[in-house]
Design a protein around this ligand. Structure first.
Ligand SMILES: Cc1cc2nc3c(=O)[nH]c(=O)nc-3n(C[C@H](O)[C@H](O)[C@H](O)COP(=O)(O)O)c2cc1C
Length: 292
């Protein structure tokens, strides 16, 4: 299939021209809308043209009105309810020993498809881990990785190599936050404590091809959508930044989670039914704002 406009049904309203972010649609002298062949390669398949077209006259390769679109509800959530919904979300680190039905997990993953994305709508891929044996094996590997990290940071040569191989932000997180906690045995799961995945019944790993454009930003937004969608089902989550670096550095772990070799893990999310109910939320200090 290719990108087409059905000239018989197109009413030349020009809304596709107005909404296309890459000016792929143009009008000829007779008023007929056409796709500029030189610009069509810039199409990121955002679907705005198909979503706005009253007569469903546009077809973008890979998208179909039947499979990829549905009519929007007239009513939207009011802002008070939405802000209340955000305020009620807490990071949940204590879970009931209860499985999440696959139907709900699928709905959560489907909700991530509404997320904005830079360049490729297919990034990132999501791996859903529910197998307890695999999680147990993975925790041991992660625990060892964080123990090793403490040793590597202590040694001036390996510390220097680590610093050279990663950005300042990650190095600071490691040295200011992760290593001090790891030194106390916080991430040591051998004693039965799980301060990494918090005994959650489900771990989602968001990963993408290492070279894929904007994949890091896409994954962070995607995990945020998954977190909020999960919250809407009365379930709890925590974004876990500790899991991806271990996956990317420990080959066995990457294989255990069946992450393709060419992919890197960007973010992870633990999910489950919350064991406790919070009585209040927190109102943090106002952010610094610069009104210009
Ligand atoms: C990028 C990122 C990484 C995080 N990594 C972890 C983590 O590895 N372990 C953890 O327990 N919480 C992690 N969190 C959760 C935060 O610690 C949590 O959001 C914070 O404690 C505030 O609590 P709240 O989410 O309930 O407001 C992470 C959050 C973000 C945004």
């Amino acid at each position: 299939m290719e990108n087409t406009i059905n000239f018989e049904t197109c009413d030349r309203c020009s809304l596709c021209i107005a909404v296309c972010p890459y000016e792929i649609f143009e009008k000829d002298e007779s008023g007929q809308i056409f796709l500029n062949p030189e610009k069509i390669e810039f199409c990121v398949k955002c679907g705005h043209c198909m979503a706005i077209c009253k007569s469903k006259s546009i077809t973008i390769e890979g998208l179909s009105y039947d499979n990829n679109f549905y009519d929007l509800l007239e009513t939207n959530i009011d802002s008070d309810s939405f802000i209340n919904f955000l305020a009620n979300r807490r990071s949940i680190r204590n879970f009931k020993d209860k499985e999440i039905p696959k139907e709900i997990l699928n709905k959560i993953i489907d909700a991530t498809s509404f997320a904005p994305y830079g360049v490729s709508p297919k990034d990132p891929m999501i791996t859903v881990v529910q197998n307890k044996e695999i999680i147990e094996k993975a925790l041991l590997l992660m625990s060892n990785f964080y123990e090793d990290l403490v040793k590597w940071i202590k040694n001036p040569i390996s510390r220097y190599m680590i610093k050279r191989g990663i950005n300042q932000e990650t190095f600071n997180t490691i040295t200011h936050h992760i290593v001090p906690a790891a030194k106390t045995g916080h991430y040591n799961t051998k004693s039965g404590n799980d301060n990494i995945s918090r005994s959650a019944p489900v771990i989602m790993i968001f990963h993408a091809n290492k070279g894929a454009e904007e994949h890091t930003n896409n994954a962070i937004i995607c995990v945020t959508y998954a977190m909020l969608a999960t919250h809407s089902f009365g379930l709890g989550t925590t974004i876990i930044g500790l899991i991806p670096p271990a996956i990317n550095k420990v080959k066995e772990l990457k294989e255990l989670f069946q992450i393709p070799e060419e992919n890197e893990a960007v973010m992870s999310l633990i999910l489950g039914y919350p064991k406790y109910k919070y009585k209040r939320t927190i109102k943090r200090e106002k952010r610094e704002i610069n009104w210009i």
